[in-house]
Design a protein around this ligand. Structure first.
Ligand code: SIN
Length: 284
């Protein structure tokens, strides 16, 4: 079956007619790269990939980032375990965010593979930061293009952060609360996307603290407005996982959140994250 692309109405595209484990022809890889660059999010279904195939796919796109907060797969440290046990209350990524905006050079993106799914629930939602930016008025776009924002992981992964204070010690998420060095980076609010060159909004509810040079209080109303615009229905795709499903998202072009609606069941996902680069402000 030949490779084909089905563009989804909200964000992303499904890539059909490929067998990742069977090896990708260079023309198939080129199509995947182009689709990823254009849409910032691609899905595959009915794949049977090993951990080594998963890492190999990530390496096609760059170096692998070994996550300093999440538990690593015991045999494959390049794979972060995104798991929720039946007795665990909080899940990883249970609010809208983009991964790694708390890093000086935010990760390019992640490839998430379903390994054990609940009987129902546990969908992942995605939204487009291209569409979020495009939907704003010219006046607001111009204002935002002159701004930068401060991002941080401390309130989520740091001591007394969200993940350390959620659940019991045994159900705590990864290394939450560990004394890991965390320097708060400053990124442009509107970036020129490193792959597509398109303008994308680059703030998120998970990790952005404030506009650089503004107080938290001054920043909150405009950030709240941008967050509301970002999750407009027309920007969103809700992905229902099945065995063999894979999602590959670009952190600079999308946000995502993992729905936590399967209490008492296990959900195990393997995540490979690819290193990114410093982000450049979009030119007026
Ligand atoms: C994440 O990486 O934020 C988790 C996504 C998911 O588990 O669906």
């Amino acid at each position: 079956m030949a490779i084909s692309i089905e563009v989804l109405p909200g964000v992303g595209a499904e890539i059909l007619g490929v067998d990742i484990a069977g090896g990708l022809a260079s023309s198939e890889l080129e199509t995947i790269k182009q689709t990823f660059s254009q849409h910032g999010l691609v899905f595959f279904r009915n794949q049977k990939i090993s951990e080594a195939d998963h890492i190999g796919l990530g390496e096609v796109f760059g170096d692998i980032n070994v996550n300093r907060f999440f538990a690593a797969n015991p045999e494959y440290p390049q794979i972060a375990m995104v798991s929720k046990e039946p007795d665990q209350i909080a899940n990883i990524g249970g609010g809208w965010h983009t991964d790694h905006s708390y890093d000086q050079e935010p990760a390019l993106g992640s490839i998430l593979v379903a390994r054990e799914l609940p009987a129902s629930g546990g969908d992942t939602w995605f939204t487009s930061m291209y569409k979020a930016y495009d939907s704003l008025s010219d006046g607001l776009k111009e204002t935002l293009e002159g701004l930068s924002a401060v991002h941080s992981a401390k309130h989520v992964f740091g001591p007394r952060g969200e993940y350390e204070t959620t659940g019991s010690a045994s159900s705590r998420i990864g290394n939450a609360g560990a004394a890991v060095e965390m320097k708060d980076p400053i990124h442009p609010v509107v970036i020129s996307h490193p792959l597509s060159g398109r303008k994308a909004l680059y703030v998120n509810a998970g990790f952005t603290l404030r506009f650089d040079g503004w107080t938290d209080e001054e920043s909150a109303p405009l950030l709240a407005y941008l967050y509301e615009r970002a999750i407009a229905d027309e920007n969103i795709t809700r992905f229902k996982w099945e065995n063999g499903s894979i999602a590959f998202w670009d952190n600079r072009a999308t946000w995502h959140f993992a729905q936590n609606d399967y209490q008492g069941q296990r959900r195990v996902m393997h995540r490979v994250t690819i290193e990114g680069c410093a982000l450049q402000a979009a030119k007026h």
